[in-house]
Write a protein that binds this ligand. Structure first.
Ligand code: AKG
Length: 282
C-alpha cells in the first residue's frame, strides 16, 4: 500500500522523522554514484568523507538532487510550498580495513555470541573510528521563525553494519537539549558537540536503514546519531537542509553557522531573509 504525502506529513509531525522514502530511480542513482566517484578520484576519499560542503553551487548534478521533484514533493508537504535550501553536505563513511587503519584495527564481526556481541569488545573495535554523536541539528543553526528539515539521501545502502542513522522518535518535542564537547574521538560533527548520553533515551533509539536511492527526513530538533562503519562497504549519504521562507537567521554566538549557499527551491520568497536565496544560474 502506498502512503500519500499527506500521511507522510502527519507521521513526520508525530514522530519527528520519516524513513525509507523512495527518490532516485535506477538510472538517476547510477548517474549520481558515477558523478560522486569522479569527485572521489579528483579529491581523494579523505576529502570526500566530510568536506563536500554546499557543492550544489558547483555541480549541476548536485543541484539536480536538491531540487529533485520527489524530494521537494515530500519536503513541501511538511514545510509548505515556499522552501529555501539552507545547506548541503555529503557525509561518507568509508569501510575500515587493516590497510587504511593500521594492523590494530580489525573489521567488526559478531563474536561467538552472534547478536550478543559484547558491548565492551565492540567499543574497543570502534575506538576512534568516524561516527556521529547524539545531537540536534538546531544546535548548530542560528535560525528562528520556522523549522529546519534535514533530508538524508542514500547513495549507498545505509544499514546497521555500515553506520546508518539512528533517531529517538518523538524527541523533537522536548525542545533543545544541552550539548557539550565530546570526549570520544572520531566525532564527525565539525564542532565536536554531543548531547550527554544520560539525557538521551538510547533504549528508544530506532535505526533508519535505507536502500541506495531512498531518503529519510528528520526535524531539526530530533535527537539523532550514527555509529562507525564496521562493514566492508562505503556508506555515502547526501544531507540537505531545508527551511520555509518565513525562517530567518539570528545572531547567536552559540550557533554561529552562516548561510552562504541558500537557494529558493520551491514557490516564492516574500520575505527575503536569506539574501542570496536567488536561483543561481550555474
Ligand atoms: O550521516 C550521518 O551519519 C549523520 C547525519 C546527521 O547528523 C544529519 O543528517 O543531521
Amino acid at each position: 500500500m502506498s502512503v500519500s504525502v499527506e500521511q507522510m506529513s502527519s507521521l513526520y509531525e508525530q514522530q519527528g522523522y520519516l524513513s525509507g522514502v523512495g527518490v532516485l530511480d535506477p538510472t538517476e542513482l547510477r548517474q549520481a554514484r558515477e558523478a560522486f566517484a569522479q569527485l572521489e578520484r579528483k579529491f581523494g576519499t579523505d576529502y570526500t568523507g566530510y568536506s563536500l560542503h554546499n557543492v550544489h553551487m558547483q555541480y549541476d548534478w548536485v543541484m539536480g538532487l536538491v531540487k529533485h521533484p520527489r524530494v521537494l514533493e515530500v519536503v513541501g508537504a511538511v514545510l509548505g510550498q515556499d522552501v529555501i535550501l539552507l545547506d548541503s553536505r555529503f557525509i561518507c563513511k568509508y569501510p575500515v580495513t587493516r590497510g587504511n587503519r593500521g594492523a590494530d584495527v580489525i573489521p567488526f564481526e559478531n563474536g561467538p555470541g552472534g547478536e550478543e556481541t559484547n558491548r565492551e569488545e565492540r567499543g574497543e573495535k570502534e575506538a576512534g573510528l568516524p561516527y556521529v554523536a547524539w545531537h540536534q541539528d538546531m544546535r548548530y543553526w542560528g535560525l528562528d521563525g520556522g523549522p529546519v528539515l534535514s533530508v538524508w539521501l542514500a547513495l549507498d545502502d545505509s544499514l546497521e553494519d555500515n553506520g546508518a542513522l539512528q533517531v529517538i522518535p518523538g524527541s523533537h518535542c522536548s525542545g533543545m537539549l544541552p550539548h557539550r564537547q565530546s570526549q570520544r574521538p572520531g566525532n564527525m560533527l565539525s564542532v565536536n558537540q554531543e548531547i550527554p548520553e544520560e539525557l538521551v533515551q538510547t533504549d528508544k533509539a530506532v535505526l533508519c536503514p535505507l536502500l541506495a536511492g531512498q531518503m529519510s527526513l528528520h526535524d531539526g530538533l530530533l535527537v539523532h546519531a550514527s555509529d562507525p562503519n564496521m562493514s566492508d562497504r562505503r556508506r555515502c549519504g547526501f544531507v540537505i537542509r531545508y527551511v520555509p521562507t518565513c525562517a530567518y537567521p539570528i545572531q547567536d554566538p552559540d550557533r554561529p553557522r552562516r548561510f552562504h549557499a541558500t537557494v529558493l527551491v520551491s514557490g516564492t520568497d516574500q520575505y527575503g531573509h536569506f539574501s542570496n536565496s536567488e536561483d543561481p544560474k550555474i
